[in-house]
Design a protein. Structure first.
Length: 274
């Protein structure tokens, strides 16, 4: 991990640190908590959304490991928390390789501390909108072999790209470079066409200049030519099989739980490159 850690600007909120705050983490500043408190107090279901998204990611990584894919690129990974991608993968595979990517300097600093003795996992500071920089990173090149199947993870990040930033083109960039048998996972804010989602989107735009809720059709379109696996777009709370059934890439069942209105506002999907 050769990137230097720049000084953190504590006057500007960070998406990664706000998310950390909503998950109950400690790696955030007052400016991040001010944004987070809007969601906690004015849109209280936001905390459930953050937790459902994280739990869906864990179940997804477990299913991907069952398919035999042992390389992971976690784009917009955010701050380390419980059950990070490499930790989940290591419970099921010997020496999985994981590259975390984020543009927040705190993510880089904490990732270095967490992974100082793990030669099969790295943290790269890069902007997901410039994927060429990720490919050029020496640690990425050391760990990830794009000629073999890999899982590319976009967990709750593409909704932070506005339409003019072409999130579908970003997915296409990776889809064109990964080997057949690779998997692409997306979780994304799902529009409710109501005042609450409009208020949440407006707050993200005000705080970060970005944030876009999308319909199921728009989320599915992000996958481009990839084969979206059944059941297609599914809310995170229901994503993957229930506890009585083993989850796998080839059997992505819907969990039998009843969501709140808020829990319907983030969804997941998994696609495969054939």
């Amino acid at each position: 991990m050769t990137d230097s850690v720049p000084e953190v600007d504590q006057t500007q909120p960070s998406i990664a640190r706000v998310y950390d705050y909503l998950l109950g983490g400690q790696d955030n500043y007052a400016v991040d908590r001010a944004v987070g408190d809007f969601f906690v107090n004015d849109l209280p279901g936001s905390v459930a959304i953050a937790r459902d998204n994280r739990e869906a990611l864990v179940r997804t990584i477990e299913a991907i490991t069952e398919s035999g894919v042992g390389q992971f690129i976690d784009i917009g990974s955010g701050l380390p928390t419980n059950d990070n991608v490499h930790q989940v993968a290591q419970r099921h595979l010997d020496a999985p390789r994981v590259a975390y990517v984020d543009n927040d300097p705190i993510v880089l600093a904490h990732g270095r501390a967490l992974l100082s003795s793990d030669e099969n996992t790295t943290v790269i500071r890069a902007d997901m909108r410039t994927p060429e920089d990720i490919l050029a990173n020496t640690d990425f090149q050391r760990l990830i072999d794009l000629d073999k199947p890999v899982a590319v993870i976009f967990s709750a990040v593409l909704h932070h790209l506005n339409d003019d930033e072409n999130p579908g083109e970003l997915v296409k960039f990776w889809s064109e470079r990964i080997a057949p048998g690779s998997l692409v996972y997306i979780s994304h804010f799902r529009t409710g066409f109501n005042e609450e989602t409009e208020a949440a989107e407006a707050k993200l735009q005000e705080s970060f200049g970005r944030g876009r809720w999308r319909s199921d059709e728009e989320i599915e379109a992000l996958f481009g030519d990839l084969e979206v696996l059944d059941p297609g777009i599914e809310i995170c709370l229901r994503w993957l099989a229930d506890s009585g059934e083993a989850a796998s890439v080839d059997h992505i069942g819907a969990r039998e739980v009843q969501p709140t209105v808020w829990q319907q506002l983030i969804a997941s999907a998994l696609a495969r490159k054939n």
